[in-house]
Ligand binder design. Structure first.
Ligand code: NAP
Length: 540
């Protein structure tokens, strides 16, 4: 058994959250180390190397806001920057602030066990190394536990096949090949649109269509970037007052107070406006009023019909089981036009399900599709998957997976009862899954850092939210969720995943707080300002 190394704080994960968290701890001269399972930093932007992967947040709202120097130095080249550039950015940040020396790579945490006598966490790594820490801060991502289908024969396939999250680092040859893409969420839609004109043949295996609207991306010139830099304060101030953490402000005229023609005029404008304007600048009623949502959905359906030449294919691409914006909206670039190409075919798995994967391709109930490459864009065990996979044992040996079996229960998504000294920067039931991610986690990191400063100044050795406080937060999360039409969706917003046992029966898992970032910030700031009434502290 290796001797364990002790640190006051261990941060897990070198993605967007972990990089900022370790920066704050280094600034405070806390004895801290960051453990990352991958061979390098970047988290989601290190892993997701599939073609077409890019932000759908405006790049300049996605970057960190906490260093003026960084804001002045970095040039975002596109309004919605691509994965290679985003990874470059995170490396630039880590190098600029000399953070790599506080990170250990290839350090995959297999399990974590709370030692009540010592009031420390004991971490066991896949390498056999052991660490202990008074506090553990997780930055392990919200969509970092990829899930594959479990079709018969998946291992028999003789060509290349991978989940988009595990897209190889080496270039994958797609030109001249027959490629199958399974899954039409935000990832599948990006891949399909990007590779349609590059591959010999593209077969899309769609179980359920998603609503999708144009990204409207464009380059950012030196001059435009210089102008953006002068507006950074304003940009982040705008993001701070919107529910999604974007710059888009809702249309407050009232859906029912304007004519159908006026509504259509707004939607025509938003359809060609970049990014999530179509969500953020829309009438808020589309999220909770059936009539408003139906009219909006009909509008987008017409747009799809206008872009896809074959009416039968267009109908298959229009969701009939959920309204617009009730699942996570993928943004696209020429996605619908891909289906007008002769080399692209849509297979509707709701009509002809997959029977098995064969050595040469995919067999559905109707026919066999010969393929050289299969891309599984089949999603993630969202929000809780990364925690479940880590085997975290809290007070009395109970695992977090057991505690969260029917859905997570947390205090603001930052802590959870029964797991003392475990702090979650982007935990379930926070706003990390429901808003522009960096805008959300900067709040989470700030809160965690303030708590750790409080703890250090008072010599506190044990921190745990009360079960009453946690119950009250859970009720708040449920209350907001139940007001939205999204409550009926079957996407990851409700914790649904057909490939994960226990997450596939339609029971809602309340994985995110939907009340918006400004209100969430008020809650967590008040908690700290009021001396943490929902948290129990103990000294040695
Ligand atoms: P997803 O939205 O969960 O989509 C998964 C897709 O795979 C769905 O179409 C699903 O069909 C299909 N699928 C799953 N299991 C299947 C099976 N056994 N057989 C056939 N089809 C199956 O996952 P995602 O597209 O990876 O996106 C996840 C999230 O990542 C997004 O919502 C977004 O938050 C984030 N993301 C962000 C960006 C960005 O910022 N630019 C890009 C990509 C992803 P059903 O709908 O029938 O279940």
């Amino acid at each position: 058994m290796n001797e364990s190394k002790h640190h006051e704080v261990i941060v897990i994960g070198a993605g967007v959250s972990g990089i900022y968290q370790i920066k704050r701890l280094v600034d405070l001269e806390v004895d801290a180390i960051l453990l990352e399972g991958d061979e390098d930093l970047g988290g989601t932007w290190y892993r997701n190397r599939y073609p077409g992967c890019r932000f759908d947040s405006e790049s300049y709202t996605y970057g960190y806001s906490w260093s003026k120097e960084l804001l002045d130095e970095w040039h975002w080249k596109e309004r919605f920057s691509s994965q290679p550039e985003n990874l470059k950015y995170l490396n630039f940040v880590a190098d600029k602030f000399d953070l790599r020396r506080h990170m250990s790579f290839g350090a995959h945490v297999d399990s974590m066990t709370w030692n009540e006598d010592e009031r420390i966490w004991e971490l066991d790594l896949a390498s056999g190394d052991r660490y202990t820490a008074r506090f553990v801060v997780t930055g392990i991502g919200v969509l970092s536990a990829p899930t594959l289908p479990s079709y018969d024969g998946m291992n028999d396939f003789a060509g290349e096949s991978f989940h988009t999250f595990w897209w190889p680092k080496e270039p994958v040859q797609l030109e001249g090949r027959r490629v199958g893409v399974m899954g039409t969420g935000a990832t599948g839609i990006q891949v399909i649109a990007e590779i349609a004109d590059k591959v010999d043949e593209l077969i899309v295996f769609q179980r359920r269509p998603n609503w999708s609207t144009p990204l409207n991306n464009s380059p950012i010139s030196e001059e435009e970037m210089a102008e953006i830099r002068t507006r950074y304060d304003e940009i982040f101030a705008n993001c701070a007052v919107t529910n999604g953490g974007f710059e888009h402000l809702p249309d407050r005229r009232g859906f029912h107070n304007v004519t159908p023609e006026e509504r259509k005029a707004l939607w025509d404008k938003l359809y060609s406006t970049p990014g999530f304007a179509i969500l953020g600048q829309n009438f808020p009623e589309i999220y909770f009023d059936e009539d408003a949502n139906r009219e909006m959905s009909n509008y987008i359906a017409e747009r799809i019909r206008g872009r896809v030449k074959d009416p039968a294919v267009a109908e298959k691409l229009i969701p009939k089981d959920h309204g617009f914006a009730t699942q996570r909206l993928p943004l696209e670039t020429h996605y619908y036009e891909a289906y007008n190409r002769d080399n692209v075919r849509l297979i509707d798995l709701s009509e002809t399900p997959v029977e098995r994967i064969t050595k040469d391709g995919i067999q559905t109930t109707a026919e066999h599709h010969d393929l050289d490459v299969i891309v599984y864009a089949t999603g993630f065990d969202a929000m809780t998957g990364a925690w479940d996979r880590m085997n975290i044992r809290g007070v009395g040996g109970v695992t977090l997976g057991e505690k969260w079996r029917d859905g997570p229960s947390t205090y603001f998504g930052l802590m959870t009862h029964g797991f003392p000294n475990l702090l979650m920067v982007a935990g379930p039931q926070s706003v990390s899954g429901s808003s522009n991610f960096p805008r959300a986690i900067e709040g989470g990191v700030g809160w965690v850092t303030r708590l750790l400063e409080h703890v250090r100044s008072l010599g506190i050795t044990r921190v745990e939210p009360t079960s009453e406080a946690e119950k009250a937060w859970h009720e708040t999360v449920v209350d907001v969720h139940e007001r939205l039409l999204a409550r009926r969706s079957r996407g990851w917003f409700t914790g649904y995943n057909s490939n994960v046992a226990g997450h596939d029966d339609g029971t809602v898992r309340y994985i995110a707080y939907w009340g918006g970032r400004p209100r969430y910030a008020e809650y967590i700031t008040a908690e700290a300002d009021d001396g943490y009434p929902g948290v129990e502290f103990a000294t040695s």
